[in-house]
Design a protein around this ligand. Structure first.
Ligand SMILES: O=C(O)CCC(=O)C(=O)O
Ligand SMILES: [Fe+2]
Length: 305
């Protein structure tokens, strides 16, 4: 499979903090995931919001993060089709993460859905970085120790459907100083004067990181909804970074991923590749008993005898 990104886009991400790749995913890859959203959010009826925009802000205020913005999250593995379960492990997403971080091995540490409805919340936020719930310290100055944070667009995300807005690292340097990560209230409007929109069509991929200043924006289109997924990668072994604990419950539908993913896709979830010393007759047969429909032939073939 040829690469869906070019070197200049890797450079752009490293220099500005953001890169948006239109049509990274094909409609054939995205369409089934919209169906999966209908399954996951079937309790939402037709899935429309309350209809009219909600606005909690006073005149001149930029907005703020609050819990109502974070409803309608689900996390991998998803109780739906292989399509939604495997998109976070797409081979090109793995390749792109490696290229952006400049490392040979990566780990997928975050994957969640996010459905926003016009009127469910006022989605306007102040400029912020996302490192607060990804690390106990701050983002590294070394690119390899940073994160790649993707937003996958499952519908057209235009400005009236809450496109993310962001400020490039160069503009942040002008307004706050080089490498600054905290946007104080008295700098918010100046940052807003520099903001760019990440509006793009369905299938687009936004890549940024936990050190980029950005904000969610409100949905204003009557009865509008926005379907996206948030996916995070880090260098393998980087224990500074975390979000989900994949192992937290054996009841989660991991079989959908195990039965459909390649060894290379499973590797980014921490499952050793075929040929790794972890795999012995015993560990293989016990794992196979646990997940009877996982095709483990590649692991069996590479067993060291
Ligand atoms: O969903 C978005 O467009 C951005 C939201 C955001 O930045 C956040 O909640 O941290
Ligand atoms: Fe954010």
């Amino acid at each position: 499979m040829s690469n869906r990104f070019i070197h200049a886009q890797v450079e752009e991400w490293r220099e500005t903090g953001f890169v948006i790749i239109p049509d990274f995913f094909t409609e054939a890859e995205i369409a089934p995931i919209r169906e999966d959203f209908a399954t996951l959010y079937s309790d939402r009826g037709q899935g429309d919001g309350v209809g009219a925009e909600r606005n909690f802000k006073k005149e001149g205020e930029i907005g703020a993060s609050h819990p109502k913005q974070f409803m309608n999250f689900d996390q991998m593995p998803y109780g739906a089709s292989p399509a939604i379960n495997l998109i976070s492990l797409h081979p090109q997403l793995i390749e792109f993460s490696k290229a952006l971080l400049g490392v040979r091995e990566v780990h997928c540490y975050q994957s969640h859905t996010w459905l926003k409805y016009t009127g469910e919340a006022d989605y306007d936020q102040a400029f912020h970085c996302d490192f607060g719930n990804h690390t106990l310290t701050v983002p590294s100055e070394q690119v390899a120790q940073r994160t790649v944070d993707f937003v996958i667009y499952l519908c057209d995300v235009e400005d009236d459907l809450g496109a993310l807005h962001y400020v490039t690292k160069q503009d942040v340097a002008d307004v706050l100083g080089p490498g600054e990560l905290i946007a104080p209230p008295d700098k918010q409007l100046e940052l807003k004067s520099r903001e760019r929109s990440a509006a793009a069509r369905s299938g687009a991929l936004v890549a940024h990181s936990i050190d980029t200043l950005h904000r969610g924006t409100n949905l204003t289109r009557p009865r509008g909804k926005r379907l996206t997924m948030t996916v995070g990668y880090k260098a393998r072994g980087n224990e500074m970074i975390g979000f989900h604990v994949w192992q937290f419950s054996p009841q989660r539908p991991w079989h959908t991923i195990l039965n459909n993913a390649s060894p290379e896709q499973l590797e980014v979830l921490g499952i050793p590749l075929p040929g790794d010393g972890f795999w012995t007759e015993k560990s293989l047969s016990l794992t196979q008993a646990r997940w009877p429909d996982w095709d483990m032939s590649a692991y069996r073939k590479s067993l060291k005898t």
